[in-house]
Design a protein around this ligand. Structure first.
Ligand code: GDP
Ligand code: CA
Length: 331
């Protein structure tokens, strides 16, 4: 299995990729050679224009994490960051004040925005940024088109009783503290997969779905017309890992997002939501955490190869062990 393709969000995906690269280098993944090549199809529906700059949180989290530039404590943005730009913008009272752009990070967004303005597609810009960061994977935006996740929340002050906010406002400003009523992925229907995306899925030897957010990370990737079909039809085995452990997300807001699309917050429900390829879904195998082992009979009855193993990504070796367990299911 030389060609491995991963559908990734930000933090969960980046951590997963660290484990995958560790497993490849350590030779701890059965059937995966040391020269295996990893292609990452990354979610871009979190992207937002702020202060005239194009910010791509998930692409940057993967790039900075694998390129050893991430702030390890925050899990996003640059290490040894300073915040002068943010302070100065706040002194002007310029909105949005809730979206903190670090000074080092701003340089990335300036380069990206300048290249986009010059006519380069996001995929080419990402390739250029990765020349500096050398993430050790081929990093592909899911699409070069503008796609944005918006979230509808209750707002008693609005005539409709609702307000629609950008996903970043829901997550960063509101801390996902109010229920999400619906999730709308603006621009998705008209988007086309980015260059190389369908080929990376269709010609892979292995496709991995990390424990990324099933709605606003993996869900938005699969929602780009053509990508779900490519995953469903690839000759490669498709293995997924649950982001829900013991009835809740490990971190983030997957619980709120699953509620918004009417899927129960459980490893079983997320596995059934993705579904077995033999029954019209996208997965061959689904790993749940040991504490969710009671879900195995229902998952297997739905056509999935399933197992229960420790799913907390404490360190890259622990994550590699999960991937090895997934490979054992399809081997
Ligand atoms: P984001 O774009 O930064 O939100 O990151 P992702 O979408 O890639 O991943 C977020 C998801 O990762 C959340 O739903 C978490 O529950 C999940 N997650 C984070 N750490 C772990 C872990 O150690 N184990 C598992 N199974 N899931 C995790
Ligand atoms: Ca994200």
């Amino acid at each position: 299995m030389r060609a491995i393709t991963v559908l990734s969000g930000g933090m969960g995906g980046a951590r997963f990729l660290q484990g995958l690269l560790h497993g490849i280098a350590a030779g701890s993944l059965p059937g995966v050679p040391a020269d295996a090549e990893v292609t990452v199809v990354a979610n871009t529906a979190d992207d937002i224009w702020v202060h005239g700059l194009k910010v791509c949180p998930d692409l940057d989290t993967v790039m900075y994490t694998l390129g050893d530039g991430i702030d390890l404590e925050r899990g996003w943005g640059r290490r040894e960051e300073t915040w002068s730009v943010r302070t100065e913008l706040a002194a002007y009272g310029v909105e949005p004040t809730w979206f903190g752009l670090g000074d080092r990070d701003v340089a990335t967004h300036l380069v990206r925005t300048q290249m986009l303005d010059a006519g380069y597609p996001l995929s080419a810009v990402t390739e250029a940024l990765c020349r500096r960061w050398q993430p050790g994977v081929r990093l592909l935006p899911m699409t070069d088109d503008r796609v944005e996740t918006h979230v509808a929340i209750a707002d008693p002050d609005s005539p409709s009783g609702k307000r629609v906010v950008h996903f970043q406002e829901y997550w960063v400003r509101l801390r996902a503290s109010v229920p999400a009523e619906t999730v709308v992925v603006v621009g998705q229907d008209a988007a086309t997969p980015g260059p190389g995306v369908l080929e990376a899925i269709g010609s892979a030897d292995l496709v991995l779905v990390p424990p990324s957010n099933p709605v606003v990370s993996v869900g938005t990737i699969l929602g780009v017309p053509g990508i779900r079909e490519a995953v469903a039809g690839t000759p490669a085995p498709v293995i997924g890992l649950s982001p829900i452990v013991g009835g809740d997300h490990v971190r983030g807001m997957a619980a709120q997002m699953l509620a918004a699309i009417g899927v129960a917050v459980s490893a079983e429900a997320v596995g059934l939501h993705y579904g077995a390829r033999s029954a019209g879904g996208v997965l061959d195998a689904w790993l749940v955490d040991e504490r969710d082992a009671a879900a195995l009979p229902a998952l297997r009855a739905a056509g999935l190869r399933a197992d229960a193993v420790p799913l907390l990504m404490h360190d890259p070796a622990a994550t590699a062990a999960m991937i090895a367990a997934g490979l054992a299911l399809v081997g």
